[in-house]
Design a binder for this molecule. Structure first.
Ligand SMILES: [Zn+2]
Length: 139
């Protein structure tokens, strides 16, 4: 769970030592997730220990950026004014080929054409000056 702040009106996570590498990597066009060197389990960003073996030696590694749509919803209304112009928009659970699952928007495809299992590739879109966000597009 992240604490939320606002940057240029957009809700953004408060960066800390557990999530900063993931968000800093977006500015470089990279997907960084965590990896346990003790049991080779890949972990979603923000883990302070391995969910498989309990190791506290988790490390950041660059993921391929490739994955598939594991699940999704299409938002037809929003409770946050920052997203009003985007309605309807999708929120997809992307399963990276390394295994971790990340929430992100899929762009470049109509919401009606979203399909579970479709291959996607990371892309980065700026939502304001200096605010690149990880999104995915059809691969
Ligand atoms: Zn482990």
């Amino acid at each position: 769970m992240y604490d939320i702040t606002r940057i240029q009106g957009w809700p953004m996570p408060v960066l800390n030592e557990l999530n900063r590498p993931h968000f800093d990597a977006m500015a470089e066009g990279k997907v960084l997730v965590q990896h346990c060197p003790d049991c080779a389990t890949w972990l979603a960003p923000g883990a302070f220990l391995c969910e498989n073996c309990g190791s506290t030696g988790v490390q950041w590694r660059q993921a391929s950026g490739r994955g598939e749509i594991y699940s999704y919803v299409v938002m037809h209304r929003t409770f946050d004014p920052a997203f009003e112009a985007m309605v309807p928009y999708n929120v997809c659970l992307i399963e990276l080929e390394e295994g971790p699952r990340l929430l992100a928007n899929v762009v470049g495809v109509a919401n009606a054409d979203l399909t579970i299992g479709s291959p996607v590739q990371a892309t980065f879109e700026s939502v304001g000056e200096g605010l690149p966000l990880l999104k995915f597009k059809p691969a």
